[in-house]
Design a protein around this ligand. Structure first.
Ligand code: CP
Ligand code: NVA
Length: 306
């Protein structure tokens, strides 16, 4: 059984295939529609946290492929509270052909995968956001026409989105740089894993504490919230520590003239990114958000059809 929990579990050729298939499915959709590859199939969507993009893009992806999706919000099933994860998973797997779950603890999606006889997709955990990273790399590929050798620089908190982006970059031969203060970089374990994935593809991974230095050769500058869902109690300290890492005009002036701006959204404008950059001509954040739809289709097809 194939699950989609952590890009570190997947071989590089499969990740490259996913990105190319997402591009192909996007072109197919724009040229009149996708064939109903998932006709009669249902995706269960379990959310312990709020969502706009992940929820809507998965639901519409299933519709476009001839299937349907059922939304189960945080108050509906009480994953691990009203009922154990093992029991919820086995019940859902009896009704549906795949389960997508957004959770706090990454162990909760691995626990679901352990009990599920249908594919489990991680729709964001505290450690990883693999579906986001496929859309991100699709967007970068569309803009630059290649991934190999590009320099992707994530500025801010070395969080779930950064970890998956670094893994996806490594799988595709792009160079990944994290610019974060001490205490906000990724674990040594994930950095070593990214380096191991990158090496055969010709990519590299680097960590900087100086954001201006980090973006000096950037093709892409990427940021995300400083306060991820579940970290709200630590908001004041995180804002104080991460303020020097704001993606703003000063940072952009340090980067090459062609560098593009990305953000997974939701954006906290005035914190990790200024309005000027989020809405400026170098921003590709709404193309990136749209590409969640096309990436979800490729992920669903890979798990449910291929
Ligand atoms: N980027 C992303 O996952 O957005 P949502 O939290 O709205 O799903
Ligand atoms: N890092 C953010 C991403 C939201 C899509 C969070 O976990 O809240």
């Amino acid at each position: 059984m194939k699950h989609f929990l952590d890009l570190g579990d997947w071989p590089s050729d499969s990740i490259q295939h996913l990105i190319h298939n997402a591009a192909r499915l996007k072109a197919e959709w724009k040229n009149g529609g996708n064939p109903p590859l998932l006709r009669g199939q249902t995706l269960a969507m379990v959310f312990q946290k709020p969502s706009l993009r992940t929820r809507v893009s998965f639901e519409i992806a299933m519709q476009h492929l001839g299937g349907n999706a059922i939304m189960l919000g945080p108050d509906e099933i009480g994953l691990g509270k009203r009922e154990s994860i093992a029991d919820v998973t086995r019940v859902l797997a009896g009704y549906t052909q795949a389960i997508m779950a957004r959770v706090f603890d990454h162990d909760h999606v691995t626990e679901m995968a352990r009990w599920s006889r249908v594919p489990v997709i991680n729709g964001l955990s505290d450690s990883h956001h693999p579906c986001q990273a496929i859309a991100d790399l699709l967007t970068i590929y569309e803009h630059f026409g290649q991934l190999r050798g590009l320099r992707i620089v994530f500025v801010g908190d070395g969080n779930n989105v950064a970890a998956s982006l670094g893994q996806a970059a490594a799988h595709t031969g792009a160079h990944f740089t994290l610019a974060a203060p001490a205490g906000y970089t990724m674990s040594e374990e994930i950095l070593e894993q990214i380096a191991t994935l990158a090496e055969p593809q010709g990519g590299t991974v680097e960590v900087y504490h100086d954001p201006l230095e980090a973006v000096r050769n950037a093709d892409v500058i990427y940021t995300d919230t400083w306060v991820s869902m579940g970290q709200e109690a630590d908001t004041a300290r995180r804002i104080q520590d991460l303020t020097p890492y704001q993606v703003n005009a000063t940072l952009l002036a340090s980067a090459p003239a062609h560098a593009m701006i990305m953000h997974c959204l939701p954006a906290h404008r005035g914190q990790e990114i200024t309005d000027e950059l989020a809405d400026g001509e170098r921003s590709i954040i709404f193309q990136q958000a749209e590409n969640r739809l096309h990436a979800q289709k490729a992920i669903l097809v890979q798990l449910m059809v291929d």
